[in-house]
Design a protein around this ligand. Structure first.
Ligand code: THU
Length: 134
């Protein structure tokens, strides 16, 4: 594991975390993606007074990657303030699935504790459905 990427991704995801718009849940989340071109894309959760219209940090980071021309998530780091592991929600696991490859790394970090754990997508979303199924 290249710790240099994790450290850089923590710094970038923290910038997004600090800008999160989470007035309802008060649960800020930041995400940073390293794509196949070596570019980093960040996102935060953006909540809405109409609660279901809110979006996740991972979702917004993926949108930025795609609009910048990236197509493969090589690494994604998610950061939140929690003693527990804040892994991507089910919908975001599926969103990551669309742009993953077999080596994609999903890192989880805490704003207080720093880096916690790395998962593969296959661990978080086994037997997944993806573009190859269509
Ligand atoms: N949230 C994320 O942005 N990513 C996750 O992985 C878990 C949950 C957000 C959605 C909502 O704004 C808040 O955290 C509480 O669920």
């Amino acid at each position: 594991m290249k710790n240099t990427n994790i450290e850089k991704l923590i710094i970038e995801a923290t910038k997004a975390y600090e800008n999160a718009y989470a007035p309802y849940s008060k649960f800020s989340v930041g995400a940073a993606i390293l794509d196949e071109n070596g570019n980093i894309h960040i996102g935060c959760n953006v909540e809405n007074a109409a609660y279901p219209s809110g979006s996740c940090a991972e979702e917004n980071a993926i949108g930025k990657m795609i609009s910048s021309g990236g197509r493969v998530i090589k690494e994604i780091l998610i950061i939140a303030k929690s003693d527990l592991l804040v892994t991507p929600c089910g919908a975001c696991r599926q969103r990551i699935r669309e742009f993953y490859d077999k080596s994609t790394l999903i890192h989880i970090a805490s704003s207080q504790k720093g880096f916690q754990e790395t998962f593969s997508l296959d661990t978080l979303l086994p037997y997944s459905f993806g573009p190859e199924n269509l």
